[in-house]
Design a protein around this ligand. Structure first.
Ligand code: DGJ
Length: 339
């Protein structure tokens, strides 16, 4: 065999490097928990307390837009899109809502979640709507969900109504879409000292039926169906302050649910974050479940950060690893945490 010349080595190296780029190795973008997360415009993503849906090969992330230059009386929801869950393109401020029902000064819109209804072809947004009860001067007394709809995923959503799901007080909401496409709203309800997983009506405009009531005073509820088991993650109720988030499992969404256990060493208080959603990435080699958490900065909300990490999950156990930069191969489903 002929000895390799310097020129040959150079040609081989260039080819290998070129192949790496084509196969995506060199372009894998780091997901950096706790850091500023710039969108395609270089601006920190404003999608706090958010939710994600996937349409074909595109993910859409909706969340609270707390940008500093937003009008004070309005509440905003923004939408971003991505094909790899790492690079996000700003699409639109899909809701720029002025107080829609005379809720009063200091009214609240939090944790928006969008569902796509395949029958009506409508996008349906749920949001936690809150504000003072008549005669009160502030606070979270109304405890309702609001609904807005749109014909396109990133168009201007029209506010429709608000109500108390299943007649219950409702504060933090979460969304869960099962593998068969059924859509559920998760909502916390203080007087019952627990939270509900409830099925949406056919047109998604109402919350139709209690599927599970989990008697544990928890909020920030998120569910994933993984390897034959349902896992629910939730946070304790400590306002904007971080606390040790917990998880439980069940064979069926109806329960019975196991005891709750910590998802991370309790002294880390979930590494300063609060659960918002669990996303399952189904790949050709493996499935990865991502913990999507918020790191709240209550007095500078526009600067609130995100803690997304791939979970260690399986056989009824779930663990949030210590946050580090990581990459996700959206095709194979593999997540690699940096050393
Ligand atoms: C905790 C909730 O999870 C947040 O969404 C927000 O409602 C804060 N409480 C407000 O204190």
């Amino acid at each position: 065999m002929k000895a390799m010349t310097v020129k040959n080595i150079f040609v081989h190296a260039t080819l290998i490097f070129g192949l790496m780029i084509v196969s995506g190795c060199a372009s894998a973008q780091l997901i950096r928990p706790t850091a500023i997360w710039p969108d395609n415009r270089g601006q920190h993503i404003q999608a706090h307390g958010g939710g994600i849906i996937k349409l074909d090969d595109t993910y859409y992330w909706f969340g609270e837009d707390r940008a500093r230059d937003n009008e004070r009386g309005r509440r905003y929801v923004s939408c971003y899109s991505s094909k790899d869950l790492a690079h996000w393109t700003f699409r639109n401020q899909v809701l720029k809502l002025a107080d829609p029902e005379n809720f009063g000064r200091g009214w609240v819109l939090e944790r928006p979640k969008v569902f796509f209804n395949a029958k009506t072809k409508k996008f349906v947004m749920y949001m936690h709507i809150d504000g003072p009860l008549p005669g009160q001067n502030g606070g979270y007394g109304l405890a309702r969900v609001g609904v807005a709809t749109c014909d396109t995923v990133d168009g201007d959503y029209q506010y429709l109504k608000s109500f108390r799901p299943l007649g219950q007080e409702s504060r933090d909401i979460g969304q869960f879409i099962d593998d068969d496409g059924s859509a559920y709203l998760i909502f916390e309800s203080r007087p019952t000292k627990g939270f509900f997983i409830a099925k949406l009506s056919d047109d998604y405009l109402n919350v139709e039926k209690e599927v599970s009531f989990i008697k544990a005073p928890l909020e920030g509820g998120a569910v994933v169906h993984y390897d034959g088991l349902y896992y629910v993650v939730a946070s304790k109720m400590t306002g904007w302050a971080a606390n040790p988030n917990v998880y439980a499992t069940a064979k069926s969404l109806e329960g019975p649910w196991s005891e709750f256990r910590d998802i991370a060493p309790p002294e880390t208080k979930t590494y300063g974050s609060q659960s918002t959603m669990l996303i399952k990435v189904v790949g050709t080699k493996t499935n990865t479940v991502i913990f999507m958490g918020d790191i709240w900065k209550p007095s500078t909300q526009w600067d609130s950060r995100y803690l997304w990490m791939p979970l260690e999950i399986g056989d009824g156990k779930l663990r949030l690893p210590e946050p580090r930069e990581w990459t996700l191969n959206i095709k194979t489903g593999e997540a690699v945490i940096q050393k």
